[in-house]
Design a protein around this ligand. Structure first.
Ligand SMILES: NC(=O)c1ccc[n+]([C@@H]2O[C@H](COP(=O)([O-])OP(=O)(O)OC[C@H]3O[C@@H](n4cnc5c(N)ncnc54)[C@H](OP(=O)(O)O)[C@@H]3O)[C@@H](O)[C@H]2O)c1
Length: 291
């Protein structure tokens, strides 16, 4: 049995469906808080309602599982979790129960730029979870993704239907390396089945684009519209000023500034060459993602 924690999220849904289609028994753990949690999963998929903040929920979820994928996140939550409480503390709780519950291998979803001294709290929390996994005694694989491509396309496109524009944070001219959900799910599938990926950190990018290029692709696909920009000085104000009333908005603004700095771009070509069977989805495919 493979446990996918955060199995109702963007990556979790795709991964769960790929694993079930391949005949793997899968268990999904989530709270049914930010995403709906079905009472019953499709064939081969067990559903466990559980919160990473609860040791007993984590214990129940890992029970009988050989492998676990940590695909939960507090980064995009408007309430009910933060990178600190989910990506670090939740991951640490899960690690502890996985170890005592006899789990063999854990795949940790992390992000390019994770480091103890990273400028974003999210990246510092991811690094803490990576380090804890490495010293846990479990077999491990860490996958560092770029920013999720479909998530960006969806959030930039959101105002298009009602207001006729796509939203670009900052100048939009800095390159950003994105990872497509489908590619990340395929890589996790590979990490679950291939012993060669154990004890390794793999950094995975599907493609590097500026936000202006993403916006242009969205507008081409939609057949028209304009671009509305949130200027860099406004992002600086938001990243600090929004903290007391919307930590979510403050996180988004800080992440946009990090991207503006150029730190979100990386060379993913060499890693991709080592896994020629993993698909590489382009920007155009992300405009019509598989449901
Ligand atoms: N999106 C990105 O750009 C990006 C980039 C790099 C790395 N990653 C990492 O890749 C993984 C997948 O990301 P994603 O974008 O697919 O995530 P997502 O869509 O935001 O989904 C997050 C999932 O975590 C669950 N969750 C949140 N808090 C929880 C808690 N306390 N207990 C149990 N489940 C909880 C959510 O369901 P409920 O809220 O209903 O519980 C949901 O299923 C995450 O680990 C993320 O940090 C993402």
């Amino acid at each position: 049995m493979i446990l996918v924690v955060g199995g109702t999220g963007r990556l979790g849904v795709r991964l769960t469906s790929d694993l079930a289609a391949a005949g793997q028994p899968v268990r999904v753990m989530a709270r049914g808080h930010s995403q709906p949690l079905p009472e019953q999963g499709p064939d081969g998929v067990e559903i466990v309602r559980g919160n990473l903040s609860s040791m007993s929920d984590c214990k129940l979820a890992v029970d009988g599982c050989e492998q676990v994928v940590f695909a939960a996140s507090g980064f995009g939550l408007r309430r009910g979790g933060t990178p600190r409480s989910v990506d670090r503390d939740g991951a640490l709780r899960l690690l502890e129960t996985a170890k005592s519950g006899g789990v063999e291998h854990l795949v940790m979803m992390s992000m390019h730029g994770a480091a103890a001294d990273a400028p974003l709290e999210f990246l510092r929390m991811k690094f803490a979870a990576e380090e804890a996994l490495k010293s846990s005694g479990l077999a491990w694989t860490t996958i560092r993704m770029g920013a999720n491509l479909e998530q960006f396309v969806a959030s930039m496109s959101q105002p298009l239907k009602t207001k006729g524009y796509v939203l670009v944070f900052g100048s939009g001219s800095t390159p950003v390396t994105f990872t497509s959900t489908a590619d990340a799910a395929a890589l996790v599938g590979r990490a679950l089945s291939d012993q060669a990926l154990r004890g390794r950190t793999v950094e995975w990018g599907s493609g590097t684009h500026s936000l202006n290029a993403v916006a242009a692709a969205i507008l081409r696909h939609a057949g028209g519209g304009s671009i509305k920009r949130i200027p860099v000085p406004a992002l600086h104000v938001m990243s600090v000023g929004a903290r007391p009333f919307s930590p979510f908005m403050a996180r988004m603004a800080a992440a946009a500034l990090w991207m503006e700095s150029g730190a979100a771009a990386f060379d993913s070509v060499a890693q991709r060459r080592a896994f020629p069977d993993i698909p590489v989805s382009g920007l155009e495919e992300s405009l019509d993602p598989r449901p």
